[in-house]
Write a protein that binds this ligand. Structure first.
Ligand code: SF4
Length: 442
């Protein structure tokens, strides 16, 4: 995952990047102020241009969940862009693997907010047929090219509107990570099977010229991101041209040391943007003025749960996030110690991982591990599988606690026992929230 961090001594001397930081209660005023500090929207987009707005609508989460960009921030960005007299504004997203973009855009409230704000078109990148293959020059990962929707290639501007979230596989997600959502699942998959941070830099380099970022730290997420975290009232908007500088400034504002994130090392190697404080001019509020420490349980990744053994290969962040969340949930339910020593397998493994078969329980997470289940069963090794792509939020915890597989349920079965499932979920959620409150106070 991360944690070595960039070598500060090796940093190049390059022109300063400018990032605006503003704090207040009204998203529309904040976006306008943030852009005003950088010369205003007319200095960012050309009149009569085509502008693609890329929010984060990567996972299923309601408007107030901070799983996705706050709808009011997306609406504020659309209104700001309109004042630059573009020809067309397109809202576009390709949600995380295993997630349906249209559903994510609808459940998040982003689609409706965009329509209400007057967006011209809403596009699900996953279903685009007209793709253009673009070569990556000097790739930092195994990705030699990406297939991008033609409308994005032909657009004049890409306004990147990420939300700042904690993220199990990358520690945090903001400007650069959000750009990963312009590719379809097949590229997404390859990015996960290679050096993900390097692949993100490749994509960032490819798109940086037309990209400008307006980051939602209005309601960022702390805790168990990318989809099981806690929304925080932060009331901040950041804006800037340099994706890396926006990310680094956001990290400083929420108390995440950039030298703890290898992600910035990949940026340094790629020569993409600035992350050192002295290379970034912050306009508006200073980072100290708006500083608010967020709760970040992922600085050690799965290393935060040394009592379990994890085998992660090419698993996407959804399953990784759900697994890390499950570990914390087990703690909140007093179940964590009971299953210590268990093996948990995620993603696509060609072979049975070494160390499996020592008699300790084996749990398999997600449909990607179906093949592994067959392999283990063929060997006569007992294992328990949480099916789904991704599995439902409580699935892995229940499979671990009950040592019973959770299969697909028919409508008829659900109507019989659905109320029991809901009651269990409610009980566990109360226990988890109480536990989380204690962690955050400590
Ligand atoms: S099962 Fe999990 S790791 Fe596999 S594609 Fe689905 S969400 Fe990703």
């Amino acid at each position: 995952m991360l944690r070595k961090g960039p070598k500060q001594s090796a940093v190049r001397r390059v022109p300063k990047s400018v990032v605006s930081v503003v704090k207040g209660e009204n998203p529309e005023e904040l976006v306008e102020l943030a852009l005003g500090l950088l010369g205003g929207i007319r200095g960012i987009i050309k009149p009569r241009s085509t502008v693609v707005i890329k929010p984060n609508a990567g996972h299923m989460g309601g408007p107030d969940s901070s799983v996705n960009t706050t709808p009011a921030v997306v609406a504020a960005v659309i209104k700001a862009v309109q004042s630059g007299y573009p020809n067309k504004i397109i809202l576009a997203e390709s949600s995380a693997m295993g997630c349906d973009t249209t559903e994510c855009l609808e459940v998040s409230g982003i689609k409706q907010a965009a329509i209400d704000a007057g967006v011209d078109d809403v596009r699900d990148i996953k279903s685009e047929k007209d793709l253009v293959r673009v070569a990556i020059q000097k790739p930092s990962s195994a990705i030699k090219h990406v297939d991008l929707p033609r409308f994005l290639i032909e657009a004049d501007h890409l306004i990147n509107v990420p939300i700042f979230k904690t993220h199990v596989s990358m520690v945090f997600s903001c400007a650069l990570k959000n750009l990963k959502g312009v590719v379809q699942d097949h590229v997404h998959y390859v990015m996960h099977t290679t050096n993900l941070a390097g692949a993100m830099m490749d994509l960032g380099e490819l798109l940086q010229e037309k990209t400008f970022t307006i980051a939602d730290l209005y309601r960022p997420m702390e805790g168990f991101g990318p989809h099981s975290g806690t929304p925080v009232r932060f009331d901040c908007i950041l804006a800037g041209k340099d994706l890396v500088a926006v990310d680094a400034t956001a990290c400083r504002i929420v108390g995440l040391p950039v030298d703890k994130v290898d992600f910035f090392d990949a940026a340094l190697k790629k020569g993409l943007g600035n992350f050192n404080e002295e290379d970034i001019e912050v306009r508006g509020n200073s980072t100290q003025e708006v500083f608010q420490q967020l709760y970040m349980p992922y600085l050690d990744g799965f290393g935060a749960f040394p009592e379990y053994r994890f085998y992660v290969r090419n698993a996407c962040s959804t399953c990784q996030g759900l697994t890390a969340f499950t570990m914390s949930k087990l703690k909140s339910l007093g179940e964590y110690e009971k299953h210590a020593g268990s093996h948990i397998i995620l993603g696509r493994h060609k072979e049975i991982p070494e160390g499996i078969g020592d008699g300790k329980p084996i749990f398999l997470m997600g449909d990607c591990t179906k093949g592994m289940k067959k392999k283990l069963q063929k060997r006569g090794v007992e294992c328990f599988h949480a099916s789904g792509c991704p599995p439902g939020e409580p699935a892995l915890a229940w499979v671990i606690m009950d040592r019973k597989e959770l299969g697909e349920m028919s409508q008829k079965e659900f109507s019989t026992i659905g109320h029991l499932i809901r009651e269990r979920m409610e009980r566990e959620e109360i226990a988890f929230k109480n536990w989380l409150g204690k962690q955050q106070r400590n």
